[in-house]
Design a protein around this ligand. Structure first.
Ligand SMILES: [Cu+2]
Length: 467
């Protein structure tokens, strides 16, 4: 089965109605479900939330069909199986990455005929103010809608994933974010002190997995776009960072490959371990954000993941990115990452924390640097209503001054600490609404004061809808 034009249209239309009408219709029979009978009624499980489910006894739902689902309220969703191996879907992060098994299932889930289906997404409507001479302000939206499905096919499991974003509506220069660098708005100059918009198609992927022995599996994954086996779960998908509307400064040290136009991954898992290898197009997305790009596979990566406890997930990964930057095609980046995520559930509360390290070793005609980046981020959700989040980062960045500017090519160690709060005030259908704010404190060597002012700040106010 392929994602044809109709299915893509359905996905985009669903996202548009999600962000425009402030609510999401009952999950449409979108891409993954198109094999299911249109007459089968969909059941609303919006009353089920992650912690309700995990506290219930487990049931095998693999044999449940259609109307059986009417009796699912109060049953465990923890048994919804991953497309990639014999473990719960809650272990699945972005792409083929792992997160702690204790992570609550996000979004809406249902089973229809042989399909396990999931819809998950968010929209942020923001006002952003970055202070100082290089600051700026802007109102914009960020959004993501993901539809996922898997079903048994032959001896294994077929998985399909479609993820779209209306971030291209931010315009070519994305949004202001001090010290953030990476990608380009026009194909000529790099984006500096801005976060690039994400592409309309964040993921269109398919996978097939086969069980190996008692608790092992082997899988193949293909995405156009998709995410190679490199880095931790991407920031907008990991519980510790997903409600924070700011992109991390470490995005291009850890998880910037999350939208890769062309990736094939082979992986195998055995109990708590997973080992993967990816071959992919290492070029970052270009300035055209509404299209699908193709290019030869010139890069590779490998990742080892380990989930020793339900609360704990860790990974180490290495990627050789042949020519990631469109504006410096002769620069090669060898990226090493390591991360550990801890997810604690206490009653109905969820607390997730990620510590991550990434290093970009860049070599090219006029570059030979090895730049480290650190991230520590945490999100605490209290009584399903109050969200507290914080993120601390440090990166060595030599891209703050593009060619032609005085300090071009010099490396600066910059730091940022931000803290924020979200209050959930309403629920419309399956979508929860919160209002929030954050403040970020930035620090750079005093040599940069003429450019950034003495103590630059980041402020954001936002309305957040979560499916
Ligand atoms: Cu990104």
């Amino acid at each position: 089965m392929q994602f044809n034009r109709h299915n893509i249209f359905v996905a985009v239309a669903a996202l548009a109605s999600f962000s425009a009408q402030a609510q999401m219709a009952p999950m449409p029979p979108a891409a993954p479900a198109s094999g299911a009978s249109p007459s089968a009624p969909a059941h609303d499980m919006s009353s089920m939330s992650g912690h309700d489910m995990s506290s219930m006894p487990s049931h095998d739902m693999s044999s449940m069909k259609g109307d059986d689902m009417a009796s699912m309220n109060g049953m465990s969703m923890g048994e919804m199986k991953s497309a990639l191996g014999p473990y719960s879907m809650s272990r699945e992060g972005s792409g083929t990455s792992w997160q702690p098994d204790a992570t609550p299932m996000m979004g809406q889930h249902m089973m229809k005929d042989d399909w396990s289906l999931m819809a998950h997404g968010y929209v942020n409507v923001l006002y952003d103010k970055q202070t100082g001479p290089r600051g700026d302000n802007k109102a914009f939206t960020e959004s993501m809608l993901m539809l996922m499905g898997n079903r048994p096919v032959g001896p294994g499991t077929l998985g399909l994933k479609a993820m779209v974003s209306l971030d291209p509506t931010q315009g070519k220069r994305g949004y202001p974010l001090l010290f953030e660098t990476g990608e380009t708005a026009d194909g000529k100059t790099p984006l500096v002190d801005r976060q690039h918009p994400h592409d309309l198609f964040m993921e269109l992927s398919t996978s097939y997995s086969l069980k190996l022995g008692e608790d092992g599996a082997a899988f193949a994954y293909f995405g156009l776009p998709g995410e190679p086996a490199l880095g931790p779960t991407a920031f907008m998908h990991r519980f510790s960072g997903m409600r924070n509307p700011e992109a991390p400064l470490t995005h291009h040290w850890l998880d910037s490959t999350h939208i890769t136009f062309g990736v094939a991954t082979l992986g195998a898992s055995m109990g708590p371990f997973q080992l993967e290898g990816s071959w992919f197009n290492g070029r970052e997305p270009d300035q055209y954000r509404w299209n699908i790009e193709t290019r030869r596979f010139d890069s590779w990566s490998t990742r080892l993941s380990y989930n020793p406890l339900p609360e704990l997930s860790m990974q180490v990964s290495y990627g050789d990115l042949k020519s990631p930057e469109q504006l410096e095609p002769d620069t090669r980046v060898k990226r090493t990452t390591a991360s550990i995520t801890y997810h604690l559930k206490r009653g109905g509360d969820n607390w997730a924390t990620t510590l991550a390290y990434g290093r970009n070793k860049k070599s090219g005609p006029d570059t030979n640097v090895s730049e480290p980046g650190w991230l520590l981020e945490s999100t605490y959700v209290l009584a399903d209503t109050h969200t507290l989040f914080a993120r601390a980062e440090q990166v060595n960045n030599s891209e703050l001054f593009p060619a032609g500017q005085p300090l071009h090519g010099q490396e600066f160690r910059v730091r940022k600490f931000s803290v924020g709060y979200i209050y959930d005030f309403a629920k419309t259908g399956p979508v929860k609404w919160g209002v929030g704010g954050l403040v970020g404190f930035l620090k750079a060597p005093s040599q940069l004061d003429p450019y950034y002012g003495g103590s630059p700040r980041s402020y954001m106010l936002f309305l957040q809808g979560r499916l």
